[in-house]
Design a protein around this ligand. Structure first.
Ligand SMILES: Nc1ncnc2c1ncn2[C@@H]1O[C@H](COP(=O)(O)OP(=O)(O)OP(=O)(O)O)[C@@H](O)[C@H]1O
Ligand SMILES: [Mg+2]
Length: 229
C-alpha cells in the first residue's frame, strides 16, 4: 500500500433502511474521498443521513450498494473477524461520552487499549501520555461524574486514540456540552489534527463545521457541496 492511499474512498454508496415494508433512502449515490491528515466536517440538517454515513465509514453498518474502501480495503469483502480488526483501527467519539461510570479517567482509557503484547507498564505509560495530550493529567483519578462535560469528552477522545487509530470519527462531539466548554473540545480536536490525526466530524452546527479544513454538506442523503474552509 502506498502513502497516497486515501483513508476513506466511497463510490456510489447507497443505504436504504426498511421501516416495516417502507424503504427509507438514507443515502443516495454518495461519492467521497478522504486523504490522510484531513479534518473533514459533515454538515447537514436532522435526518439528512450524517450518522448513517459515519456509521458506514466506521464499518459499524453495511451499505445497501456501492463501494467503501477503508485504508484501501474493500469493507464488503471482510468477514466478521476482519471487520472487528478494522474497527480497532478507527477511533469513535459520540455525543454522549459513553464512559464507564465506575472507572477513573485513567482506567476508562486503559481499558480501551487492545492488550495484545502490551505490558501493564506500557499501558499505564501510554494512558498517562494520552491524558496529558488532552490536558487532563491532573484529573486522571477522577471518575466521570467528578468531571465537567468538556473534560468527560476529552477523556472519551483520549480513549478513542488509545489504539493509535488511522482516523477519528466524531458524531456531534460537542452536542451535549455548553458552548464555552465546546470551544475547548474543538481546540483539542484542531490540535490533534495539526499533529497529524485524520478527523471526520459530523455536526448540524455551521459554526462548528467551519472549524474543519473541509466541509461537505449533506441534504436528503446526497452530498450537495464540498468546500475548503
Ligand atoms: N435504523 C433505521 N431504520 C429506519 N430508518 C432509519 C434508521 N436510522 C436512520 N433512519 C432514517 O434515515 C434517515 C437518515 O438518518 P440519520 O440518523 O443518518 O440522520 P442524521 O443526519 O444523523 O440526523 P440527526 O442530525 O438528527 O442525528 C432519516 O430519515 C432516519 O429517519
Ligand atoms: Mg445523527
Amino acid at each position: 500500500m502506498t502513502l497516497t492511499t486515501p483513508v476513506v474512498e466511497i463510490t456510489n454508496l447507497k443505504k436504504t433502511y426498511m421501516l416495516g415494508k417502507v424503504p427509507v433512502e438514507a443515502l443516495r449515490e454518495v461519492n467521497l474521498k478522504v486523504e490522510r491528515g484531513e479534518f473533514l466536517s459533515i454538515l447537514g440538517p436532522s435526518g439528512s443521513g450524517k450518522s448513517t454515513l459515519l456509521n458506514l465509514i466506521g464499518a459499524l453498518d453495511k451499505p445497501t450498494s456501492g463501494k467503501l474502501l477503508i485504508d484501501g480495503v474493500d469493507v464488503s469483502k471482510l468477514n466478521d473477524n476482519q471487520l472487528t480488526e478494522i474497527r480497532l483501527k478507527i477511533g469513535f467519539v459520540f455525543q454522549f461520552f459513553n464512559l464507564i461510570p465506575r472507572l477513573s479517567a485513567k482506567d476508562n482509557v486503559e481499558l480501551a487499549m487492545s492488550i495484545a503484547g502490551m505490558s501493564k507498564v506500557e499501558r499505564t505509560k501510554n494512558t498517562e501520555q494520552l491524558l496529558e495530550t488532552v490536558g487532563l493529567k491532573d484529573r486522571m483519578n477522577h471518575k466521570p461524574a467528578e468531571l465537567s462535560g468538556g473534560q468527560q469528552q476529552r477523556v472519551a477522545i483520549a480513549r478513542a486514540l488509545a489504539n493509535k487509530p488511522r482516523f477519528l470519527l466524531m458524531d456531534e462531539p460537542t452536542g451535549n456540552i455548553d458552548s464555552k466548554t465546546a470551544h475547548e473540545v474543538i481546540e483539542l480536536i484542531k490540535k490533534l489534527n495539526a499533529e497529524g490525526v485524520t478527523i471526520i466530524m459530523v455536526t448540524h452546527d455551521q459554526n462548528l463545521a467551519k472549524e474543519a479544513k473541509r466541509t461537505i454538506q449533506v441534504f436528503d442523503g446526497v452530498i450537495e457541496s464540498d468546500m475548503v474552509n
